[in-house]
Design a protein around this ligand. Structure first.
Ligand code: ADP
Ligand code: MG
Length: 351
């Protein structure tokens, strides 16, 4: 660099802020170091020093995967990063995981390998393209007695089955907000399938949620069970999603607040589903739509927040002779349709 240019550069630097100067000085230095392309741990990410890494880990961001699915706002809060650094960190974590654009044939291949948990009914499974799918949220909504909770029990058992029998070889975390979980029913179902009853019961971790905040907290704790206790969680049940939210935010003026919390809750569930390739099953109540003139005048509660976050929505109702009817609503990849199944005696099965 000739003297004149050097002076001009330094003058230019002096006019700028301190951080910019630091960046100017640091950048060429970085280039001299052998380029480290491979990001293998959090510490390898740009802008993450040991202190920040520690803070992020304390807040639960201890894998590249957890960072790659985080939002900048969350990292700002958790690790004291600036928003710009948070974005850089997330992008680097994403590219280290090979996230980004993929061709559709690769996606198709991946989707073929997605875990699907059987319901024990061939008709129900085929309605869902193979069973309850991991990686996203599946919602069943319907009136009281329509079998939402029975399906939750059945999945809690079936997720434990070997893969070749339609299971996930994993365990279930069951968030019970209505006090409707019954170990006796699990026992019946396990016996019918010829499973070890004690082991089946042991593999279902149940927590009663006492209000909406508690429910949110329990969902957040699932990650600890996976990471700290090493549990192979393949199913998270929330039965029901909305009852506490409905009770805790009953005033008209509280609706926006409720939806915001609900959104956060569903994001937690969504993240669990994608980050750990597990099935999330939520149940939901219905309300009647007085403005419906044709068709069924019932709809799920929770509005757009629930609708947008549940990738698979199933409407359940009672059918003839004690049967139940499951109707698939607006699936992004499956044809609409409805099937009939049984739930009594032994659990879910074909009619
Ligand atoms: P929802 O959660 O949609 O309100 P449930 O899943 O609790 O409805 O379904 C209740 C129905 O499940 C009962 O009406 C009954 O038909 C059936 N059921 C519940 N427990 C048993 C059982 N132990 N044996 C047989 N059928 C049962
Ligand atoms: Mg129920």
């Amino acid at each position: 660099m000739n003297e004149g240019l050097k002076k001009a550069t330094i003058d230019g630097l002096n006019k700028r802020g301190k951080t910019e100067i630091l960046e100017q000085i640091q950048e060429p230095m970085e280039e001299k170091q052998p380029k480290k392309n491979k990001v293998e741990s959090i510490e390898d990410l740009p802008g993450v020093g040991p202190a920040t890494a520690e803070k992020l880990k304390e807040s639960g961001y201890d894998t590249l995967l957890s960072l790659s699915v985080a939002s900048p706002g969350e990292l700002v809060e958790a690790g004291g990063l600036t928003e710009a650094t948070a974005r850089k960190v997330i992008n680097a974590a994403r590219s280290s995981m090979g996230m980004g654009f993929e061709s559709a044939d690769e996606l198709l291949e991946k989707r073929k390998n997605l875990l699907k948990v059987t319901t024990n009914s061939k008709a129900f499974d085929s309605l869902l393209g193979g069973g309850f799918e991991a990686g996203s949220i599946t919602e069943c909504f319907g009136e009281f007695g329509s079998s939402k909770t029975q399906i939750a029990h059945q999945l809690a058992v079936n997720v434990q089955l070997p893969k070749e029998k339609g299971g996930g070889e994993g365990i279930c975390v069951y968030i019970d907000s209505e006090g409707a979980f019954r170990p006796e029913r699990i026992k019946q179902m396990a016996e019918f399938l010829g499973l070890d009853v004690t082991q089946t019961l042991k593999n279902i971790k149940v927590a009663r949620a006492f209000n909406s905040d508690h429910q949110m907290l329990l969902a957040e704790k699932v990650e600890d069970l996976i990471k700290e206790q090493g549990l192979n969680v393949k199913l998270v049940v929330v039965d029901s999603l909305m009852s506490h939210f409905r009770a805790d935010f009953s005033g008209r003026g509280q609706l926006a607040d409720r939806q915001q919390k609900l959104n956060k809750h569903m994001h937690t569930l969504q993240k669990l589903a994608t980050a750990y390739n597990l099935v999330v099953y939520v149940t939901n109540q219905v309300m009647s739509k007085p403005d419906t003139f044709f068709g069924d005048p019932t709809a799920a509660i929770g509005g757009h927040i629930v609708g947008h976050n549940s990738q698979t929505r199933i409407y359940l109702r009672k059918g003839k002779k004690g049967t139940r009817v499951a109707k698939l609503i607006d699936s992004p990849h499956l044809a609409d349709g409805e099937i009939v199944f049984n739930i009594e005696e032994t659990g879910v099965k074909d009619v």
